[in-house]
Design a protein. Structure first.
Length: 128
């Protein structure tokens, strides 16, 4: 198993489960058992959105990373794996750190673009 692919998969898992725990802790602190406030500046809204967005992309990316990690990935594939992982981290930063999600933060925009570009490239590479 390639250590880069394995490490990047681990980062995605830490993001997913760490954000899930953060949602639970924030729910307890805000005494919100279900749903999220509609306020894009509310901490629970931002963390829940970051978790949901991570849950949408991380599992498939980790699966692709591990597949390539078992098949001697090229330098290009490894670069895409690292870039996709960095992109996912940027999205989380871009959702949680700014005062509000109402205005897209540059980290969020770069992270989203990177996720799409790297995800599409890695998916296409599966065909070849």
């Amino acid at each position: 198993m390639n250590p880069v692919a394995l490490s990047c998969s681990a980062v995605l898992g830490l993001l997913l489960f760490g954000l899930g725990a953060a949602v639970s802790v924030t729910r307890i602190r805000t005494k919100t058992s279900a749903g999220v406030p509609s306020d894009p500046a509310h901490r629970l809204t931002k963390i829940a959105r970051a978790h949901a967005n991570t849950a949408e992309f991380a599992p498939f990316l980790a699966l692709v990373f591990l597949y390539f990690g078992m098949h001697q990935p090229s330098t290009t594939i490894l670069a895409l794996i690292v870039a996709a992982t960095v992109s996912r981290c940027l999205i989380v930063i871009g959702l949680i750190m700014p005062p509000t999600m109402a205005i897209p933060h540059p980290a969020r925009v770069v992270g989203a673009a990177g996720t799409y570009v790297c995800g599409l490239a890695l998916s296409a590479a599966l065909l070849f």
